[in-house]
Design a protein around this ligand. Structure first.
Ligand code: NAP
Length: 247
């Protein structure tokens, strides 16, 4: 892998939560970052402004991670503005409604699989196509992928199980082309994703089920993503890193 130290980075779902923490951290470390978001223009602009105030560079591209054309446009924006990315974080994801399988609509099931699974595949594919010298791909899994999400997130958990498979298989497929592919599997992280699914109380009540006795922060995930992207992780590929306080 031959990259400049300040290689450009693409992040999907980068305007809020874990994605935003990662954009801010990577930009503060000197990486120009191009990130996508779904709809919240104000949050995306606020992040770009914050990064600029801190002396970094971040560019927002509105677009659905599940849309092939939007993903291509996101990577094209990075190539045009900063050159080919050296790192990609396929982070965008949604939970869908919190409910048991018997109450899940086919439409909600398809949307979760489309954003989380197809979106990650399309992002990884765009990375392969736009990074001639290879680089580091970090995928967003979840501890739910192996815990199962019974009774509330089975659809979401299964989508993250697919990400684990993508990580292991793509690391083998793309390794000879100069790519390292890894995933992070966070546990209970303090972002708005829980409240958006009607489970805002979850972070307060579920913290006691974590061996470390607390929920995690978006910054704690961001630091792991930045490490996996960096040359400090130069011989790590095909690995899924749990960030869950032991849960
Ligand atoms: P969040 O706070 O809800 O932020 C989601 C971000 O993704 C926002 O920037 C949002 O944009 C963007 N986004 C949503 N759908 C998108 C789409 N279709 N296309 C492009 N961007 C999209 O979520 P989070 O908690 O940071 O979660 C980020 C990732 O971490 C997800 O894949 C999630 O499954 C995973 N994860 C989270 C936790 C946790 O406890 N928080 C645990 C394990 C894994 P807008 O602002 O425009 O909506």
């Amino acid at each position: 892998m031959s990259r400049s130290e300040a290689f450009p980075v693409v992040v999907t779902g980068g305007s809020r939560g874990i994605g935003a923490a990662t954009v801010a951290l990577l930009a503060a470390r000197g990486h120009p970052v191009v990130f996508s978001y779904a709809s919240n223009d104000a949050a995306a602009q606020a992040l770009c402004d914050r990064v600029a105030e801190e002396g970094g560079q971040a560019v927002a591209c509105k677009g659905d991670a599940a849309d092939e054309g939007a993903v291509a446009a996101l990577f094209a924006a990075c190539v045009d503005r900063f050159g080919p990315p050296g790192g990609v974080f396929a982070n965008a994801g949604i939970t869908g409604p919190a409910c048991g399988l018997d109450d899940l609509s086919a439409e909600d099931l398809r949307r979760v699989l489309d954003v989380n699974v197809a979106g990650s595949f399309l992002t990884a594919q765009a990375a392969l196509r736009s990074m001639p010298d290879g680089g580091a791909i970090v995928l967003m899994s979840s501890r739910a992928g192996r815990l199962g999400g019974a009774g509330e997130w089975l659809h979401y958990a299964a989508s993250k199980g697919a990400i684990d498979t993508l990580c292991v298989g793509l690391a083998q497929e793309a390794g000879p082309k100069g790519f390292r592919v890894n995933a992070v599997a966070p546990g209970l992280i303090e972002t708005e994703i829980h409240a958006a699914a009607g489970r805002g109380d979850r972070l307060k009540t579920a913290g006691s089920s974590v061996p470390m006795g607390r929920t995690g922060t978006a910054e704690e995930v961001a630091r792991t993503v930045a490490w996996l992207m960096s040359d400090d992780a130069s011989y790590i590929s095909g690995t899924i890193v749990d960030i869950s306080g032991g849960r």
